[in-house]
Design a protein around this ligand. Structure first.
Ligand code: AMP
Length: 222
């Protein structure tokens, strides 16, 4: 089975991709992880990717497509794929379709995890930390006892630039554009499955598994 997990930042896509890949017995491929590993290893690819990642921009298609196609051509990818963070552009999706067709396979399903906008903003802007002792809080899941004050040391909490509303909204806007374009692309192929992304992690996993059970060529282990 070859699957794509789609969703805006904050929907829990990365976590679900790992869980599902393990459950179903697929190779989890995250292009974000691959770029971060290459950057940490200081390879030429990593250096090139880092420039774009630092700006929050997409790494150019020539680089991204080549890296992904090379990865999925390796023998361990024959078990099936759980793609996470790829494709992000229509040319990437088209290149993927062509490469899989060349292997006599195809994408079986695209699982699109959806969470209401206001909830996403709350999740993504909710993180605050203590500049003195480093304690981390989240307004939804782990709020401090007194608003804006560190439980451990009493210092005023601060918010990273990445987690501030203006940055979060800009990031959502950029991601929404390509996510919706891809949803339309796979919708036309009849492969798109919308998944409700509110509620517990286990609940979302269960809904993803239910959707997979309805995929025609699904051959699940679990
Ligand atoms: P992620 O962890 O998926 O959010 O990816 C982190 C960063 O890696 C992104 O902000 C992009 O700069 C880059 N990246 C990951 N996947 C892709 C892709 N499919 N196309 C272009 N850039 C990507």
């Amino acid at each position: 089975m070859r699957l794509i997990l789609l969703g805006l930042p904050g929907v829990g896509k990365g976590t679900q991709a790992k869980l599902l890949a393990e459950r179903v017995g697929l190779l989890h491929v995250s292009t974000g992880d691959m770029f971060r590993e290459a950057a940490a290893a200081g390879t030429a690819l990593g250096k090139q990717a880092q420039e774009y990642m630092a700006k929050g921009a997409l790494v150019p298609d020539e680089v991204t497509i080549g890296m992904l196609l090379e990865r999925i051509a390796k023998p361990d990818a024959a078990v099936g794929l759980m793609l996470d963070g790829f494709p992000r552009t229509i040319p990437q999706a088209e290149a993927l379709d062509r490469a899989l067709a060349g292997q006599g396979t195809q994408i079986d399903a695209v699982l699109y995890i959806q969470v209401p906008e206001a909830e996403l903003v709350a999740r993504l802007t909710g993180r605050w930390s203590c500049p003195i002792c480093g304690a981390i809080y989240h307004m939804l899941t782990k709020p401090p006892k007194a608003a804006g004050v560190c439980d451990a040391c009493g210092a005023a909490l601060s918010q990273r630039a990445d987690d501030q509303p203006a940055t979060v909204n800009a990031r959502l806007e950029t991601n929404r554009a390509w996510t919706e374009a891809l949803a339309e692309f796979y919708g036309k192929q009849g492969k798109l499955h919308a998944i409700e992304g509110m509620g517990s992690m286990e609940g979302i996993t269960a809904r993803l598994m239910d959707a997979l059970a309805r995929v025609p060529s699904a051959t699940q282990k679990a």
